[in-house]
Design a protein around this ligand. Structure first.
Ligand code: AHR
Length: 498
């Protein structure tokens, strides 16, 4: 094999697990301009009758989001959900401590549910474990999910929502291991509070699924002991365990940054092992899966103080080509780890730490919008365990790393499949042969590529199409094989039909 040749072997029978549709979720927090001026902007000529921005709704629908987590984030731990329901003119205007902003409460739980329905995504609500009590958490479940006839469900009906919202996914707090969190707790205290909250919440509605707070990231001094402790305590009443991770090219070391999947996989493996340990220790038959409910690139704009203003411009990160290639790898990791990873929410879906940016007169799709769009619309069915032969390159952080980072899916229902390939090399075009060890697909349905020569290239309102996914011409299967020329710094997505 010459240095620039690579091979990808696909066997549709060699599966990892079913790809959970909830891996293509997003996160909305009352932070900066995510809610106000992002999804909700009643003053905008682009808003519908509910005040939702139609251009943002269209872009979110195109991205095929399956679930949205709300309302925070650090915001959650000081939030009283009662502030955000009922007649809007009576809702309190408050100082919000997590982001030092003014919260008008014009958007709350019911508006969020309507927003989710508008983009065909499942709502995933979070209950406050900072200043909030287990009673308030249980009351919110009753408010949302109980049939009318009791105090909280009748309150919902009086607010215009007769039918229950039937919210299935519930996060029990947010990043409670972090000293920055309002009402931060030690692992043992959090585990006990989460257990008691989840018990009450499930007694109201046994069909709900709960998410425990894991470590805020793998650099926390309490990681992974926090996870073990909280899991062992709350195990039987929770269904998912959260992980969070924000990535960045802090050292301006592009070679290492482009190998981030190495870190991400190690993180998943460690927490997955902790899940197995806790299950064994509890002698339990119950399973808990991972919810990666905050993930994104976030390092260029970390501003988090709103100066007590409404909808301040905070953390409006600009995304370049290398960030998009990191996002593409992250999605590959989701597929490769889909045996344990069942939920993931990109943080966040508009304006704050987001590949979508609004202005009063329009919307910008940044570079990393495209890999999410491609994978969330193409990956269906089973994730496959591939065999990949790829040249390697040297990184300061991880040693030698394969130039190619690859994932694939196969849907047994219609025999369709998809392949996702990142070429991490900054210099090498790879002649890549895709070889099927099971029956090869008959045709290429779609082929797209995002590529460029400058890892720092960005899209702007003035040059919005600088880095976008382009259709790839001339991609055909011949003699049961596919030959691809993968340029450096590229992401290629190909879907096939039987
Ligand atoms: O998404 C921004 C913030 O990052 C969230 O509020 C918090 O959970 C995390 O630290």
């Amino acid at each position: 094999m010459s240095d620039n040749n690579a091979q990808i072997y696909i066997d549709a029978h060699r599966t990892v697990a079913e790809i959970s549709p909830l891996l293509f979720g997003g996160f909305v927090e009352h932070m900066g301009r995510c809610v106000y001026e992002g999804i909700y902007d009643p003053q905008s000529p682009l808003a519908d009758e509910r005040g939702l921005r139609t251009d943002v709704l269209d872009a979110l629908r195109a991205q095929n989001y399956t679930t949205i987590r709300y309302p925070g984030g650090n915001f959650l731990s000081g939030y009283n959900w009662l502030d955000g329901v009922g007649p809007k003119e009576q809702r309190p205007r408050r100082r919000e401590l997590a982001w030092q902003s003014i919260e008008t409460n014009q958007f709350g739980t019911n508006e969020f549910i309507e927003f989710c329905r508008a983009i065909h995504a499942q709502p995933m609500l979070a209950v406050n474990m900072g200043t909030g009590t287990i009673q308030q958490a249980a009351d919110l479940v009753e408010y949302c999910n109980a049939p009318t006839g009791t105090y909280w469900s009748d309150l919902r009906a009086s607010h215009g929502y007769q039918a229950p919202h039937n919210v299935k996914y519930w996060c029990v707090g947010n990043e409670m291991d972090g000293p920055w969190q309002i009402g931060h707790l030690e692992a043992d205290a959090y585990g006990r509070k989460a257990l008691e909250a989840a018990k009450m919440m499930k007694w109201h509605d046994p069909s709900i699924q709960t998410v425990l707070c894991g470590s805020s990231n793998d650099k926390m001094p309490t990681y992974p002991e926090w996870d073990r402790t909280a899991l062992e305590i709350a195990w039987e009443h929770i269904d998912y365990h959260s992980i969070h991770y924000y990535a960045g090219n802090w050292q301006d070391d592009t070679a290492s940054y482009l190998a981030l999947a190495v870190d991400l996989e190690e993180y998943v493996d460690t927490v997955a092992a902790t899940l197995r340990y806790a299950k064994a220790k509890r002698r339990s038959k119950h399973d808990v899966y991972l919810s990666w409910d905050e993930w994104q690139v976030w390092y260029k704009d970390r501003s988090g103080r709103g100066g007590w203003t409404e909808a301040p411009h905070l953390s409006e990160e600009e995304y370049n080509l290398e960030d998009a290639l990191v996002v593409a790898q992250w999605l590959n990791v989701f597929l490769r780890k889909s045996d344990v990873l069942k939920i993931a929410c990109v943080a966040q879906i508009v304006n704050i730490i987001s590949w979508l940016q609004t202005r009063t007169d329009g919307l910008l799709k940044q570079t990393s919008y495209y890999p999410f769009w491609l994978v969330s619309t193409m990956a269906r069915g089973q994730a496959l365990d591939l065999a990949v032969k790829s040249p390697t390159y040297e990184t300061a952080k991880y040693g030698d790393v394969p130039m190619l980072d690859v994932s694939a899916s196969h849907n047994p229902e219609d025999n369709s499949s998809a392949l996702f390939i990142v070429n991490r090399s900054q210099t090498e075009t790879l002649n890549t042969e895709v070889v099927w060890q099971s029956a090869s697909p008959a045709t290429v349905k779609e082929a797209w590529q995002l590529a460029g020569s400058d890892p720092k290239a960005v899209n702007t309102f003035d040059a919005p199409h600088n880095i976008t996914a382009q259709p790839l011409k001339g991609v055909t299967i011949q003699d049961g094989k596919l030959a691809l020329q993968l340029p450096p710094l590229s992401f290629t997505a190909v879907s096939f039909s039987a």
